[in-house]
Design a protein around this ligand. Structure first.
Ligand SMILES: [Zn+2]
Length: 291
């Protein structure tokens, strides 16, 4: 495995070190004081009064949460990855010019420190996942970089309801979060998802069965879906053996089944094949007999 490298644009200095340098400067601390040069109380009080506003600002900054970031080379390209104490905060495709700038967004509310070990650990997870360990990306995510509650709800719903080996349409995901006409809002939410792969926006497709856009580019979307068992066709359509899964009745159907067509699309996901639906705990429909 190649050693993770930090890109030239990522300039990070440990905030704690910066704070310590600042405090030393403010207090004129250039080493232990000799006993005979100890300042009297009044001098110390005056010095503290002088630095108090600056000190307050420094301590305010020090209370911000930490984001540990690094750059990794993964099977899906070079990635900037970040983690907070609450979970995975960002995964950014560094070779996509229009990808959201996670680092700038993070700096608004986090102290950003470089942590190659954390990054390498995340890189190993992604590697395992692409080799077929579909549970490898289950760590908690921190959606602090997501702008709105609607977007946060849509991303969490997607992560919970659509397992590897399944996809959902933009329309169904919109309906699932209570906005049946919100396909465009869902499209924007997926395009600005700060944690692709971990919140699987690659599993959201068009209602006509074509796979649609992806923030990391269409070839990557195909690669990820194939790693999950979706043998996406050359015309970017879903495989012929796909079945419709109903998340409330836990029954899956052939797409042409009358029962499937009557089902609430907000509660339906599409599985690559019957086996995937069964391993997600669904039973075959007795009308259309998909197995
Ligand atoms: Zn059926």
């Amino acid at each position: 495995m190649r050693r993770p490298r930090i890109s030239g644009t990522v300039k990070i200095m440990n905030q704690t070190v910066k704070d310590e340098i600042l405090m030393r400067e403010m207090l004129g601390d250039d080493g232990p004081l000799g006993a005979d040069s100890a300042p009297d109380d009044a001098t110390v009080d005056a010095a503290l009064r002088a630095v108090r506003p600056k000190l307050a600002r420094t301590l305010g900054r020090a209370r911000r949460p930490l984001a540990r970031v690094g750059v990794i080379d993964s099977p899906v390209g070079r990635l900037l990855v970040a983690e907070s104490a609450r979970g995975l905060l960002a995964v950014q495709f560094l070779d996509v010019a229009e990808a959201p700038d996670s680092l700038a967004a993070m700096r608004e509310s986090f102290d950003v420190v470089e942590d190659p070990e954390t990054a390498a650990r995340i890189g190993r997870e992604i590697g395992r996942y692409l080799k077929g360990d579909l549970q490898a990306l289950n760590r908690p995510v921190d959606l602090s970089l997501v702008r709105s509650d609607f977007q946060r709800r849509a991303l969490m719903r997607l992560r919970r309801a659509v397992p590897p080996g399944a996809v959902i349409t933009y329309q169904a995901l919109a309906a699932a979060v209570g906005a049946p006409s919100g396909q465009r809002a869902i499209g924007n939410t997926m395009a600005t998802n700060p944690v692709p792969l971990y919140v699987p926006c690659h599993r959201v497709i068009r209602s006509d069965g074509t796979i649609g856009n992806y923030g990391g580019g269409e070839p990557r979307k195909i690669k990820l879906l194939r790693a999950e068992g979706f043998s996406v066709a050359r015309d970017h359509r879903l495989p012929a053996g796909s079945v419709m899964g109903h998340l409330v009745t836990h029954i899956f159907c052939r797409p042409q089944c009358h029962a499937a067509m009557r089902a609430d699309p907000a509660k339906s996901v599409i599985f690559a094949n019957s086996r995937r639906a069964q391993s997600a705990g669904l039973r075959a429909c007795k009308l259309c007999r998909p197995v």
